[in-house]
Design a binder for this molecule. Structure first.
Ligand SMILES: Nc1ncnc2c1ncn2[C@@H]1O[C@H](COP(=O)(O)OP(=O)(O)OP(=O)(O)O)[C@@H](O)[C@H]1O
Length: 305
């Protein structure tokens, strides 16, 4: 078998050149998908078969940003499955509904029947919008590595999902000091992504930064160094806490400074690495591309990349 595989996979350079000549001038076949903000589309893409690591310090908005990205992937016509081991599916969907509708849903019973109808309509709208495009894995707490890998294969091959979000890595391995377990798990994820073509989004934690104003880089990712070595893309989520604190203290703030930043510290198959400035809209919980905080309009997706 090894010999047959070698014969199939070891080919002379000329054969690849022939393929490259054939593809010259043809539009790129690669089905890339994008982050929610138009200003990033020329710089960063989610390619089939890759793994993206989303990392941030606790409470810096990892789940919120990945939720918004999942919504925008759905808006781009992609089939997405989310496995969040820290939130029930109804909580994940509640956050998404707020980002989708642009408004907070009041807690508790609604006494105004008109309001009740309006919210029922939003839920029905989002249910229709996500039909055939969004799945959630209902499992909280830790999960056996084998189980989650099985769920991912099911999502890739049976549901034909193009994106799978794992929130978070630490719920899928034995612990923070289980470096070999982390390395093996990420290795399995890269294999599933490569073999199936599904893009895997893996959420993970960063060490607490020295000072809140410091922005992170790949050396702040918790656990084994093999995690960042193996993934294709690394996106770091940073929340501008000093600005929030100044605002709360009633100080004058410079709103040209972003509320949050998405820092791309690795993109294996793309040339760009850099920072995406984002402004947080508390009402919709959306991250918006400018200080105008204009909400993203999902009814008008997909935007032209
Ligand atoms: N830039 C921001 N400005 C203000 N509030 C924010 C910002 N980013 C996130 N938040 C708020 O902080 C809370 C925490 O966000 P989220 O749960 O996404 O963080 P997390 O990094 O996933 O946290 P954890 O690691 O604890 O799971 C949310 O309620 C969100 O509304």
């Amino acid at each position: 078998m090894a010999e047959t595989e070698a014969r199939q996979k070891v080919r002379p350079a000329r054969e690849w050149f022939a393929e490259m000549v054939e593809n010259l001038g043809k539009p790129r076949q690669e089905a890339r998908s994008f982050l929610p903000w138009n200003k990033t589309h020329a710089h960063f893409a989610f390619r089939p078969g890759e793994v993206t690591l989303w990392a941030g310090v606790n409470g810096h908005g990892k789940s919120q940003v990945t939720g918004l990205s999942a919504l925008s992937l759905v808006a781009q016509g992609q089939r997405v499955c989310i496995a969040s081991f820290e939130m029930k599916p109804s909580r994940t969907l509640d956050r998404m509904t707020r980002q989708f509708s642009g408004a907070r849903l009041p807690d508790g019973s609604l006494s105004d029947p008109a309001l009740l109808d309006a919210y029922r309509e939003v839920f029905e709208q989002l249910a229709a919008y996500t039909d055939g495009r969004l799945w959630l894995y209902d499992q909280q707490g830790t999960v056996a590595t084998k189980t989650i890998l099985g769920v991912m294969r099911y999502a890739a091959y049976e549901l034909r999902c193009q994106h799978f979000v794992v929130d978070s890595l630490m719920k899928c391995v034995r612990g923070e000091d289980d470096y070999n377990g982390q390395k093996d798990f990420v290795d399995e994820l890269t294999a599933i992504a490569r073999d199936s073509g599904m893009h895997v989004h893996l959420v993970h934690h960063l060490r607490k930064l020295g000072s809140e104003g410091d922005t992170p880089d790949k050396s702040d990712v918790k656990g084994s160094g093999a995690i960042t070595d193996q993934v294709d893309n690394l996106l770091l989520v940073w929340r501008n806490k000093p600005k929030e604190r100044d605002r709360q203290a009633g100080k004058r703030i410079d709103d040209t400074m972003p509320d949050a930043m998405l820092i791309c510290d690795k993109q294996r198959n793309g040339e760009w690495e850099g920072r995406v400035a984002l402004w947080f809209d508390p009402e919709s919980q959306q991250y918006t591309p400018s200080s105008a905080r204009a909400q993203l309009d999902y009814a008008r997706w997909p935007h032209e990349p």
